[in-house]
Design a protein. Sequence first.
Length: 368
Amino acid sequence: MLTLEKMYSMGHEEVVFFQDKSCGLKAIVGIHDTTLGPALGGTRLWPYASEEEALVDVLRLSRGMTYKNAISGLNLGGGKAVIIADPKNKSEALFRSFGRFIESLNGRYITAEDVNTSVDDIEHIFTETNFVTGVAQQNGGSGNPSPYTALGVFRGIEASVTKAFGTRSLKGKTIAIQGVGSVGFELAKLLTEAGANIVYTDVNERGIQRMRDSFPHAKFISTNEIFSAACDVYAPCALGASINDDTIPQLKAKIVCGAANNQLKEDRHGLILKEKGILYAPDYLVNAGGVMNVSIEFEGWADSKSRRMVDTIYDKTLEVFKISDEQNIPVNKAADVMAENRIAAMKSIKTSYLGKTSHRMPGNKRRF
């Protein structure tokens, strides 16, 4: 279970456990680093087998958010929340209770949508706290972040194809999508419009049928076949750790670029990909479109502003590839260098006391 040594080793500032018997709430919030600002990260609802499993997930995911927000240029730190529950048992009471607990953190953590949480769930949280993003558009928020996450991944794929093949065009390229949920489906739309060929897999029958109805020319393959599919790009858009000792030898793709978090089971797998000549686009950069989108809510959301910010993922991805080449390090390490350099630079300018002040959100003239 959690120990201070574990928190120290991963760099976490705070881990908070919440429970409310009246609605069955069991939740953990991990605040990893607030150097750049309040910690922002989504709330994942999952039927974890144990508290230990949930804790490991929240520690890993919150640390990833620190790097994602830093490399994205946001004035936000990294955090994450998990709710231990079966998605079938979601309720208004559960999310409103969770919102009250978020409010008690006094703005150190701002939550958002994640796996098994929807805009409707976010609205329930919003009833109890302002420290939430991804609120419905009619209430002044940005709504569903999935299209923007998908756009970021799409720009990452374009950058990767530019690096690997010398052209940004995806026409005729084959993309293997693992997981066609909200983000994977939106990615399939963009790829189809760009003239790419799609093979895909999923375990959800409704998702598979939606793909068949929307993209009849896309080819469905089994979950076991996706790794060895003949393709140019493997796009993991389901849960993490799909790049591991078992799957890397099967890969025929020249590029790995997708929406899933923590795609590398271990850091060393980034080096193995490099040695095999497979270009890896760092997950926490290319899937940052969603967090970029919701961050704009603090200054007044607009679709055009969000898309302009997400489009920067193309150049940022090429910049990471350049660092990887210049320093002869795996791409995942190059992304870490880029994120850590920004955190260190901002930490160094905060050594001077400016008197009582508050935090300026991305692009916002007002302080909170």
